[in-house]
Design a protein around this ligand. Structure first.
Ligand code: DGJ
Length: 736
């Protein structure tokens, strides 16, 4: 990976020409830092190579926007934090005011430093860090703008605004924006809902603002990633740029085209509610990080995010343990003999971790009561959780436990004792959702209480894994004491709660769940080991949900379960081969009442678990690739080892195809110069559900082809029933 730093950077504001060229991992971010204005992006995208000061000066000149009629007399400058005072007449970076005054900024740079390579406080390597300080004396504001580039090429940026005057400054927004070129004329982002997260939507990059907001502090619908690229861009090719707001509260992410210039930006930040952030003299507000990734194709863009995540010291690197989660097996029916029988069945098929889901604590017999009362229910568990936890660990499995720390049922001792700990507006409670309300964690008493209870349970029991759930939107979520909106404070307090519990229990892994994939952003991923991608375990739905979630979340962090034969949330029936082949490409788990599974199913499941254990090393460190197959009925995706010595691919028949057989499919991402042997990978090699299906000619003895041939020509694959999948094992082999 190339990391190079262009050091010709003159930190003196006002110097004739200064620039910062952040280059790493095949990506250049070239910033014009001359003059007193905030930095302007001259280029963000493919690596420009070694660009000297003379060429930068020419590029600056070549990039000045000619003035046209009907516009201000001077050309606009698009600064990283866009400003009207610099002529940018679309979304400004800072919104807010001092009781109506100081509502528009004109920052002047007071200092610029460029460092790198360096390491972050948590030990993550950073290729370059640019820090720009600026002041706007008229508005009474100070600004610190940080831009970091990671060795993978991923860029992230955030701003901190400080009130340097005596009266209150109310921050309404603090957004950063990065320009994308005219070639980026198509927008792709994701939407969704509970049970159907991450549906892709594409449209032309039009004039105005395509704004994706999350006003509910989670994001079944909010986009994980907002991209713009050259029309028709796919996974393997076509330049594409994308941004993501790494924040688990309210967010705004936008693609905007300014008129009349047609200049395009991708930007975002936290969505602040009215009056939510009020800065007294000397107080500061920091925006969340805006992550920005570029690629020739979505796979490259996404790989830069995965590589960044993998470079963090806290990234889960131990083999990702297969787990059973008891939710869809028993729901709230907690019964020790039933749960121990399930543990026996799980251990027998090779499962390594057992997670007791919702329903274990006081008064929690269904979803109407008990949330907040984090004491083991004595009626259901007279001896505490010890008999089950001991049984589980005695079988050689780890024990995991479900919590929903930020929530409370009005029907709970906690809500009865502390109604003042519930987020609300005025005297009315927010509309109820799943019979629950949100606990105000920014209230110190509430935070201490939840920390104390969780800490006690994590101390008493041998818990190796916490599933951290969050099952409702934040609606009208205000602090009772101040009457002000509380989502910002709640998000910080929830982060602090996870961080403190992790510090107190460093060996415990944490999963982020929010009614499935409602909270899967890079803010929560900084402090958790796994995301529960959806409450929908139907393998067909999961093919789509995980493709979208996987744009940000690498396979080892994406919880993916083999459910029962009949999917509980869709009513579909799927063979184990399809359920197994789908869960195989994430952090594999099982969510199925194995005490009722047939012997054949248990044997088959053991084979899937065995194969996952054998291949998880590759699956959880390699590059995720997706073929741009023209037939929407067919999906081909895989993971290729970092050194490209091997890969595992899935050929998935989503629906019936128009063509039978489907024809040759390409296997992307392999080393063109190497020869590989391709073979069906058991147990994903079962292809004959009916008599009219024949295996391709190479199926029995394998095919030996170069990476180039596999990527450019491809090979025939079996004609499959819909909602089935086969796996291919691709290994480098001696030349033919
Ligand atoms: C929603 C989660 O996504 C499910 O997996 C389960 O944990 C339930 N909550 C429990 O209430």
């Amino acid at each position: 990976m190339s990391v190079s730093l262009q050091t010709q950077h003159d930190a003196a504001p006002g110097a004739a020409q200064s620039f910062a060229h952040l280059r790493a991992g095949g990506v250049s971010l070239l910033l014009d830092t001359s003059g007193e204005r905030l930095p302007r992006v001259l280029h963000w995208g493919a690596d420009l190579g070694d660009v000297g000061p003379a060429e930068v000066a020419e590029l600056v000149l070549a990039s000045v926007v000619p003035v046209v009629s009907g516009t201000p007399d001077a050309p606009y400058a698009l600064t990283l934090l866009p400003e009207q005072s610099a002529g940018w007449l679309a979304t400004p970076g800072v919104t807010g005011s001092r009781d109506g005054a100081a509502w528009s900024t004109a920052f002047r740079v007071t200092g610029t430093t460029l460092n790198g390579p360096l390491t972050r406080d948590d030990g993550t390597p950073v290729a370059h860090r640019l820090v720009v300080t600026a002041a706007d004396p008229d508005a009474g504001l100070l600004l610190t703008l940080v831009v970091e580039q990671y060795p993978s090429g991923l860029v992230r940026t955030r701003s901190t605004l400080t009130n340097a005057a005596d009266d209150v400054f109310t921050v309404a927004g603090l957004d950063t924006a990065l320009p994308v070129p005219a070639e980026a004329d198509e927008v792709l982002d994701w939407t969704g809902r509970h049970l159907r997260e991450r549906s892709a939507q594409r449209h032309v990059f039009t004039a105005g603002t395509h704004l994706r907001e999350s006003r509910r502090a989670r994001s079944h619908d909010g986009t994980l990633l907002l991209t713009a690229g050259r029309s028709g861009f796919g996974h393997g090719s076509g330049e594409v740029w994308g941004v993501h707001v790494g924040w688990s509260g309210n967010t705004r992410t936008y693609a905007e085209q300014e008129m009349p210039s047609g200049a395009r930006v991708l930007g975002g930040g936290e969505l602040l509610l009215s009056g939510e952030v009020r800065l007294d003299a000397g107080e500061s507000y920091s925006s969340p990080w805006l992550y920005a990734s570029y690629g020739d194709g979505l796979d490259e863009l996404s790989h830069r995010v995965h590589t960044y995540l993998r470079s963090r010291p806290q990234h889960p690197t131990s083999p990702r343990k297969t787990l059973i989660n008891v939710w869809e097996a028993v729901y709230f029916d907690h019964d020790l003999p039933r749960l121990t029988a399930l543990a026996d069945a799980a251990a027998a098929v090779g499962i390594e971790r057992y997670v007791l889901d919702d329903g274990w604590f006081k008064g929690r017999r269904d979803d109407t009561a008990g949330l907040g009362d984090w004491y083991v229910d004595k009626d259901v568990w007279p001896d505490g959780l010890h008999p089950l936890a001991d049984h589980v660990t005695g079988l050689g499995m780890e024990f995991g436990l479900w919590f929903e720390p930020e929530m409370v049922n009005p029907d709970s001792d906690l809500a009865r004792e502390h109604p003042e700990w519930i987020l609300r507006t005025g005297r009315r409670l927010p509309p109820s959702a799943r019979n629950q309300q949100v606990l105000d964690l920014a209230n110190r008493g509430a935070w201490d209480h939840v920390f104390g209870r969780m800490d006690a349970i994590l101390t008493e029991y041998p818990i190796a894994f916490v599933k951290w759930d969050h099952n409702r939107d934040l609606i009208e979520a205000g602090h009772q004491a101040t009457g002000r909106p509380g989502v910002h404070g709640q998000t910080l307090a929830a982060y602090q709660l996870i961080d403190s519990l992790r510090a107190a229990h460093p060996d415990v892994e944490f999963e982020s769940c929010s009614g499935g994939g409602g909270r899967a952003d890079l803010g929560i991923l900084e402090r958790t080991d796994r995301i529960w991608a959806s409450d929908c375990i139907d393998a067909l739905e999961r093919q789509v949900i995980e493709a979208g979630t996987g744009m940000i979340v690498p396979p080892e962090m994406m919880g993916s379960h083999i459910g029962s034969t009949h999917a509980h949330t869709t009513g579909r029936t799927h063979e184990l081969s399809f359920r197994g082949a789908t869960a195989f490409f994430g952090h594999l788990g099982v969510e199925w009442d194995l005490t009722r599974a047939s012997e054949d199913d248990l044997t088959g499941l053991a084979a899937w678990i065995g194969a996952y254990k054998e291949h998880r090393g590759l699956l959880h460190t390699g590059k995720v690739v997706r073929a741009d197959h023209p037939d929407a009925a067919l999906r081909v995706h895989g993971v290729v080892a970092d050194d490209r010595s091997a890969g595992i691919f899935a050929v998935v028949q989503l629906t019936t195809g128009v063509f039978a057989p489907p024809g040759r499919v390409r296997l992307p991402g392999l080393d063109p110069a190497r020869t590989y042997e391709v073979r069906p990978l058991a147990p994903g090699d079962d292809i004959a559900p009916w008599e009219g299906t024949w295996a391709p000619a190479w199926w029995k003895d394998g095919a030996r082809l170069s990476g180039r041939t596999l990527g450019v020509v491809g090979l025939q694959v079996p004609n499959q029933f819909p909602e089935r999948s086969v796996l291919l094992d691709v290994r480098s082999a001696p030349e033919v």
